[in-house]
Design a protein around this ligand. Sequence first.
Ligand SMILES: Cc1cc2nc3c(=O)[nH]c(=O)nc-3n(C[C@H](O)[C@H](O)[C@H](O)COP(=O)(O)OP(=O)(O)OC[C@H]3O[C@@H](n4cnc5c(N)ncnc54)[C@H](O)[C@@H]3O)c2cc1C
Length: 457
Amino acid sequence: MNTTVNKSQLSGWGGYRPIECRVAAPASRSALRQMVADRQSHPRLLMRGLGRSYGDSAVEPTGTVLLQNNLNRVRSFDHATGLLRCEAGVTLEDIIHVVLPHGWFLPTTPGTKFVTLGGAIAADVHGKNHHVDGTFGRWVQRLNLLLADGSECECSPLEHPELFWATIGGMGLTGVIVEAELQLRRCPSAYYHVSYRRCRNLDATLEVLAETDNSFTYSVGWIDCLGRGDRLGRSILMLGNDAQAGDLSGELRDHPFHVPPTRRKRVPLYFPNFALNRLSVSAFNYLYYAVHPDREVVVDYDSYFYPLDGIHDWNRIYGRRGFVQYQALFPQATAERGLRRALETLAAFGLASFLAVIKRSGPANPAPLSYLFDGYTLALDIPNVGPRMLEMARQLDDILLAEGGRLYLAKDSLMSPDTFRAMYPRLGQFLSVKRSVDPDNRFTSAQARRVGLLPSS
Ligand SMILES: Cc1cc2nc3c(=O)[nH]c(=O)nc-3n(C[C@H](O)[C@H](O)[C@H](O)COP(=O)(O)OP(=O)(O)OC[C@H]3O[C@@H](n4cnc5c(N)ncnc54)[C@H](O)[C@@H]3O)c2cc1C
């Protein structure tokens, strides 16, 4: 039976500039294979996970966008070794539900569990432990890739290593990840010791992050992007380590993998565009800083890793015009100066939102389009206020380029071809693999064409 193709408005999580696309959800792996083989009806293709990339990475108006809601079976899980084999449409939430009761957790996780395995591999996502455990791709043992010619290829760091690494972080442009094997991480409980550290300015923030590099597996910080003068870069760091069962209180000690269910809230409608302004964000930042003194707590994995998942559709607070996320990575050597310049620019424009995050990153991996290398990242949401937003992003790009930094494809909505080429020096390596497996550029995305990774038409 032929898969139905419908028209639908698609955007990334930021809701910035939705575009009409042809969308289909193959009912099975064989239906997916049939669609890939049918060049006539589907000359161009793109896989989409849960659309949690912020910009246009999972959007393609000139081809067929394939959803993977029906390609989400867990194939095997070895409780003893923590090796998990799944179809790519399985979500990180599904994985946690299957493996946590057996004392395993994701090796690393982004700030939302509403992400597919395919999306996590294609973006080579990172978590709060990059400086210790690297990216998601480091833990992928092997993957099955459906190629543009309809054949399937199993690859790993040892078999077809170039194709494997080009697919890790390759944003769906090498083919369809249909299945993957992931090495999980042992965890002693579903809980984490979290140490809150209040830092009065950027120097203090960087000092504490550097000092605690070896003593905490996880680190992340909220940063006040409107702070100026001696408050520039003030932050609340949240440094975490696994909690042992014996550290838990009451009944949890006997059931360390149990997390009592909580009710999720929902943002019921789009906020009006004026709701987020300098005043409201300043007030939020003032209060947030004030109510977080230094303290030690034990919290469950949901509260520590996924605080935003507790509020469905939280992206609606930015209104119908949406927002863009800007994640800037500064190399270790220039991070202090780069972050200072970026924060000064943000404060001067007064456009950043209350959701701004600073993280430490460790060494790069062999994947040519993977995002991170040794340094610090600053991620923030910028409401779409039109030309002023574009001007601020342009100024931030200039700073980032001058300091040898980089933007993250999974978050990007605005990067230009020149900027992309300058920030991703291993692009040639990626393109040579792409040409060998997809010479006609069947796998494309709006983003790939916008940043000049693929031809624009
Ligand atoms: C609240 C929030 C917090 C986040 N925090 C982090 C973070 O801390 N760290 C981080 O790294 N990222 C973070 N992200 C970004 C997110 O993890 C990535 O964008 C991820 O790729 C989204 O997965 P998805 O399943 O929604 O994929 P989509 O957004 O739908 O697609 C992303 C890319 O993956 C490709 N793709 C999807 N499935 C396949 C497949 N089967 N085969 C080939 N290609 C495929 C798509 O073509 C596209 O290029 C966050 C996002 C949100 C909304």
